[in-house]
Design a protein around this ligand. Structure first.
Ligand code: BV8
Length: 222
């Protein structure tokens, strides 16, 4: 079977990583414009680095859960394209061999001046010189609002080719990720949503598995 899977913050919630749009979510405490846009970074790079340094520390302490591990098992028996909006590395640590990080990675650094990429250190500062060009223009390798998500051609293609499309733990509020279910549906895939609740994107799915990811994902996989 060719299976395309899109994961969001909900799959890492039970590993102790905060989601974005819950009442105790990250966007309740931080304004998107301040910490997750290129304009915010230009205005106050130190604030943005503090936000991501904290998130890097939180992710380093978290452990993959039963849902991450179940998706790794699925890939042993099927042709799985695992697309995540998450910037943590819990899919990799849960055993998934190939993960497409469409919104970037906490473990990556990017030079805002020349585009060079290198592994992030736990604590980063904008004044850190780029190993490529030497400019003090270090930023997290994260796709912010208004920027183009990574690997979009491969993602659209995998979703179009999939026989099954599953979205796990995502609210379906951020595009283009939120448009993938409809694309899969129109391309003839069976579409399944795994979430704690119904979402604004639920109408794009033919099947709904409601409950915490650590229960619904292993049930669905095994
Ligand atoms: C782009 C940084 C052009 C990473 C993130 C006006 C109208 C329409 C669109 C736009 C518009 N204005 C701007 C846009 C475009 C914009 C957008 O969609 N805005 C929305 C808000 C309207 N999009 C962009 O700017 C994107 N770029 O469009 O470029 C383009 C693109 C392609 C081709 C050409 C041009 C860039 C988007 C990237 C944004 N980056 N953040 C970071 O710091 O982490 S987005 C942010 O939201 C997160 O990164 C995350 O990846 C993303 C999605 O959130 P979710 O993962 O879904 O998390 P959320 O909290 O919302 O939901 C959690 C879900 O889990 C809930 O449903 C909950 O019920 C569930 N859950 C909780 N616990 C569990 C659970 N489920 C199961 N088990 C549990 N235990």
């Amino acid at each position: 079977m060719r299976i395309a899977i899109l994961t969001g913050a909900g799959i890492s919630a039970e590993s102790g990583i905060r989601t974005f749009r819950a009442t105790d979510g990250l966007w309740e405490e931080h304004r998107i414009e301040d910490v997750a846009t290129p304009q915010g970074f230009r205005r106050d790079p130190a604030l943005v680095h503090r936000f991501y340094n904290q998130r890097r520390a939180d992710a380093a302490r978290a452990q993959p859960n039963a849902a991450h591990r179940a998706l790794a098992r699925l890939a042993r028996h099927h042709q799985v394209t695992l697309i995540t909006q998450n910037v943590d590395d819990l899919h990799e640590r849960g055993g998934s061999p190939h993960v497409i990080h469409m919104h970037g990675r906490l473990l990556g650094a990017l030079c805002a001046a020349c585009g060079h990429r290198w592994p992030a250190t736990l604590v980063m500062r904008a004044a850190d010189p780029c190993p490529g060009c030497g400019q003090p223009a270090t930023r997290p390798d994260i796709v912010w609002f208004g920027e183009i998500p990574y690997h979009m051609e491969d993602i659209w293609q995998a979703v179009e080719d999939a026989e099954i499309f599953a979205a796990i733990g995502t609210s379906g509020q951020v595009y283009p990720a939120a448009g993938l279910a409809q694309h899969a549906h129109r391309s003839g895939a069976q579409t399944v949503e795994l979430n704690l609740t119904q979402t604004t994107a639920s109408r794009d799915f033919t099947q709904h598995l409601v409950g915490p990811a650590t229960r619904t994902v292993p049930d669905w996989v095994d």
